[in-house]
Design a protein around this ligand. Structure first.
Ligand code: RUB
Length: 267
């Protein structure tokens, strides 16, 4: 009973985005599955957030391998990612990120600890404001952070209205696909503006987010956008979008910092 209660709480927290980000979702889902390792619980977990191939990859492994063997991958991969990001980050950089990605945030905190003195611009990420979590976490690590509303993206990525120009973009990913990546809504437009402003876009993501399958893009509750909307007004709340590989300079994963083509060869 206790196990069932804990399992259900995790499913609830993944659904409500209390547990968020591909890595945290996959890690918690693995733990939940270890509590109740059945086909039915796997199905329940997979339905909790549909745009999460890392969760699916991890749960597929969990059917064959012991929990500890799979669980250690998360930190091992993150360590390698941190070292790759460290090579790219320079003091005085103005780095831009969106939403909250543990792979990105951990790597930036590691770079700061290693003595790099950069600053970060980030976007609040409506409607659920995951950008605030990123800002809080980075600031706590002593990183200078400036947060923008999502629609001020053009300002954050150019030298306008008292801002510097961000010179590198680090985005996380929920899904790594053959033709590009899926990440939080807003990511494609960030990549387009970056391209226009000649700012390189790096995807920082564990390679276990890769899938050859078609990945559905989650549509979330309309009330997250406008809970008192008049009945005759339509509201849309897409949570994720596709970023074509043409906008991506390199993928930074535990396999190294690689051009998209090379990454596909290695993964
Ligand atoms: C989070 C999001 C993150 C990726 C990668 O969306 O888009 O960029 O999941 O995160 P949500 P991580 O808040 O809707 O889950 O690096 O933590 O795996």
């Amino acid at each position: 009973m206790q196990k069932e209660k804990r399992f259900n709480q995790i499913v609830k927290d993944i659904k409500s985005v209390k547990i968020q980000g591909a890595r945290n979702i996959a890690k918690k889902a693995l733990y939940a599955y270890s509590l109740i390792p059945t086909k039915e619980s796997k199905k329940k977990l997979l339905l909790s957030r549909p745009t999460e191939p890392m969760m699916e990859n991890v749960l597929n492994l969990a059917e064959k391998k012991p929990y500890n063997e799979i669980e250690k991958h998360f930190d091992e991969a993150q360590d390698k990612i941190n070292k790759e990001v460290l090579k790219l980050v320079k003091s005085k950089d103005v780095l831009f990120t969106h939403c909250h990605s543990t792979n990105v945030a951990n790597a930036l905190i590691y770079a700061k600890k290693k003595g790099k003195n950069f600053e970060v611009y980030n976007t609040e990420t409506r409607p659920l404001f995951q950008g605030r979590e990123t800002a809080r976490e980075l600031r706590k690590a002593g990183i200078k952070v400036t947060m923008f509303i999502d629609s001020a993206l053009g300002v954050a990525l150019s030298k306008e209205q008292g801002t510097k120009k961000a010179n590198k973009i680090f985005l996380g990913a929920d899904a790594l696909l053959r033709k590009g990546v899926i990440n939080k809504i807003g990511s494609e437009i960030i990549a387009q503006v970056a391209k226009n402003n000649k700012i390189p876009v790096y995807i920082v993501a564990d390679s276990w987010k890769f899938t050859k399958k078609k990945v559905p893009r989650e549509q979330r509750k309309l009330a997250e956008v406008w809970d008192t909307a008049p009945k005759n007004i339509k509201v849309k709340n897409p949570a994720f979008e596709f970023v074509p590989k043409k906008y991506i300079k390199e993928i930074i994963s535990e396999l190294g910092t690689l051009r998209y083509k090379e990454f596909l060869r290695k993964v």
